[in-house]
Design a protein around this ligand. Sequence first.
Ligand code: C2E
Length: 580
Amino acid sequence: MTSAGATSERAAPDLAASEAHLRLAFDSAPIAMSLIGLSPDTVGSYLRANTAFARMLGYHPDEIPSLDADELSLPGDAERDLVRFESIVNGTATSVEFEKRYRHKDGHIVLAWLTSSVALGPTGAPLCLISHAVEIMDRRREQSELQRLAVTDALTGLANATLLRDRLDQALARLHRDQSYGALMHLDVDRFTAINSSRGSHLGDALLVEMAGRIEAVSRADSTVARLGGDEFVVLIEGLASPDDVHGVATRLLDALRRPYLIPGTGEALVATVSMGVAVITRADRSPVDLHHEADLAMHRAKDAGRDQYALFDDALRARVIARTGAELLLRRALAEDLLLPHFQPILDVAAGRLVSVEALARIHDPLRGVITPDQFLEVAEESGLIAEVDGRMIDRAIAQLARWRRDGVALRRVSVTVSTRSLTDPGFVERVEKAARWYDVGGAELRIELSEHSVLSTSPTVHASISRLAGLGFHVGLDNFATGYSALAHLQRYPLAFLKVDRSFIARLGNSRRDDAVVAALIDLAHAHEALAVAQGVETVDQLETLRAMGCDRAQGDLLGPALPPGELAAIVAADPRW
Ligand code: C2E
């Protein structure tokens, strides 16, 4: 008895203490919590709420128990919520979650994520709903900030490419409705890389921010100003009454951007300009990709014309694009169908009067258009990056042909091929040449590689490594079109050059004046001073050949000695010509 009595005396205060703890935990929990009655006499009324819940809705916790769920909800919501609670009240689910719209005491809406479950009474009947609510308005704000960041450029705060794409789509749709005009303007900062590397990237960034501000300041509010990264800005203009209005806008932009810049916080001054390409949007059926491409091409035209100016994408540029597209298709088809084959032009040993080698020159053999020369496809090959494949293919074919001539006893033992700088930047290029030469057992002086002055001057380590490797493999490397570029004499010593090919333009002027002759003589001497053979290109007359012979020129090629021919025709000539 005594002990049982003692136990019950201790249990009563323990129970009271643990209830007090639970109440305290409920009241002071940092998460908003509430109890809503479910028994017949309390259904739909708040029984209790904690401080966090009351604070969330602008009440004192003691005010809540006198309220109905209706009073803290938006009209009609409490009724809809009851339907949501059905599953936990009838026991088919243990909890429900949903977005709840509360009404704050001052009337504004509080959005919260509500999680509720049911507490059962001693008989097992539902007693009340226990809910906790997490305010989500802040999350929404965060989300909209994230959304804003996703469409703006971090450095300048301008629209980014994603937003621009969206605005351009909308603009095209609007244009369709209101029959107005628009324009897409591509702006590229002139010599930005030089500014960045000479003055530091922090100053480069500050300049971009200043420029962004100026572009925005002179643009209308309904224009979209975007930065596509780097030093590229785009302005999308809408609602122009006439296509001619773009001139005024472009001039205003350029005027604003060429004023000197004082970089805030640094006291540094900078002068910078931009080049701008403009694609006028006259029809709504234009594709956004085409418009960007057109504005970009026009921008490059502005750069080529001297920078700090704008150029329109016009009919002349459109014609170039069409021609370029046609040329690229032609070249891709030629590569796919193996229609790119070399023709070979003879090269004469001037002193011996013997034909000693040939130059391989690329030709496309189009089934419909016949033989197509490089002026129709080389530029597009360079621009599209197909040039390494063109050069690689030509070297394969030239080497294979040389091996075939050797097998057939044709007196053709040496071949020259032209290689573009871009091919030399392709890391696999030299390996391809090496493999082909090994496969056909062609080596050393049998293969001559004609480089441009641009390649020899290049500071690219890959180009340097490629040329050194080709020379190291024993192939004769030399300079094509010598003296047409910007060769500094010092660069001639960079590689062991086996020949210097004097450009056709100098040979064509031979005999015109003593000065013209002296220039050719000096170029031949220069080749000899570097222990390289002097080769004359484009020899068309006997007089030219005789002058070259008198000057000590080593090799000559040109229409006088024979044009570039298909291998079969050349082999027939070789067989019949005693000079071979
Ligand atoms: P190039 O290497 O200076 O080749 C000489 C060009 O002058 C050839 O034009 C040739 O047909 C032409 N020619 C030869 N003799 C005479 C002449 O007496 N008078 C005149 N007016 N022209 C003459 P082609 O074949 O149209 O080649 C033009 C250029 O294309 C070549 O100039 C070369 O730079 C480039 N090229 C040709 N094949 C290839 C190639 O496979 N790869 C690369 N990267 N470039 C190539």
